[in-house]
Unconditional design. Structure first.
Length: 303
């Protein structure tokens, strides 16, 4: 009688232990599978720009997850009798190309580059791409000249804008930065827009709008034009003004979409941000004997 009771107690304890072991193994192998899926990021995008993004083909990702989990539990299932019923990857839909996640990632990369910066020596010289993110997603335009003067004098930005600005300055050439500001398909058009904006800034600084005397006004405008010539002939000075303009736009979605444009054109091939995401949910359904359980985890590129 006592022996039977002890055997029954041992069986219960053993079963509970196996259940706990199965739960723990389920959590671990699901996490490992999710981590393995994250390595499926677009290699060219990462190598060229440091950005991590994964193709959001849910069927493909689910099949990979099922493979990774099955391979992991194959060696232990005879001890805990754990089996995988299904592995499902869900990606949240987005109408804005997950722009907030994208901005968070490049901001973090930009803050890191304050210490480990590398400037790109050459870049795109034409921006006439097709299916570009900025062509189908809206955002605000460059602020007026008076607002830009404050950014020119500020010297630095803070928060997310500081990270994005640092990223842009370290990753993109001056010509590419001008595209980020104005979005024209040619270098010449963007340069012309930069010049016009610098001229508008110099007019504000020189107080042109406050001058009523026609002769003095003409002289002030001429002075602003000559100052613009000097700035545009000096690449370092041009960069200083472009930095101020980029700082003004750094947190806008339009700016982020144009950053995507340059990345998309540079990576080339069939790469399109519309097909990519930065996180997903992995749902793994297990069974052990007659018992069933589900593990749900979110996996994302966290910086």
């Amino acid at each position: 009688m006592i022996l039977t009771s002890l055997m029954a107690l041992f069986s219960i304890i053993f079963t509970i232990s196996l259940d706990r072991a199965a739960d723990s193994i389920s959590d671990v192998v699901t996490a490992n599978a999710g981590s393995s899926l994250m390595t499926e990021c677009n290699k060219d995008l990462h190598d060229k720009f440091g950005v991590l993004a994964i193709n959001k083909d849910e069927d493909h990702l689910s099949r990979l997850a099922s493979y990774y989990i099955s391979e992991s539990i194959d060696g232990v299932k005879r001890f805990v009798h754990l089996e995988l019923n299904a592995a499902i990857v869900n990606v949240e839909t987005s109408q804005n190309l997950y722009v907030a996640d994208f901005k968070n990632q490049i901001s973090a990369l930009g803050l890191k580059s304050l210490v480990f910066g590398k400037t790109k020596e050459s870049g795109l010289t034409s921006f006439a791409g097709t299916n570009l993110p900025s062509h189908s997603h809206s955002g605000f335009s460059l602020p007026d000249a008076k607002s830009l003067v404050s950014f020119l004098n500020a010297g630095k930005t803070i928060g997310e804008g500081a990270g994005i600005l640092s990223y842009v300055k370290n990753i993109f050439t001056l010509e590419e930065q001008e595209y980020l500001l104005f979005g024209h398909p040619t270098v010449e058009e963007n340069f012309h827009s930069t010049r016009n904006t610098v001229f508008a800034i110099r007019c504000v600084i020189d107080g042109v709008d406050a001058i009523e005397d026609p002769i003095a006004l003409a002289a002030a405008i001429l002075q602003a034009w000559q100052e613009t010539d000097e700035i545009m002939s000096n690449r370092t000075e041009t960069q200083r003004y472009v930095d101020a303009m980029c700082a003004a736009m750094s947190t806008s979605n339009k700016f982020a979409y144009r950053i995507m444009d340059i990345m998309q054109m540079t990576v080339g091939g069939n790469f399109n941000f519309e097909n990519y995401t930065y996180e997903f949910d992995l749902i793994a359904q297990y069974k052990r004997g007659k018992k069933h359980g589900t593990v749900t985890q979110k996996h994302s590129y966290v910086f």
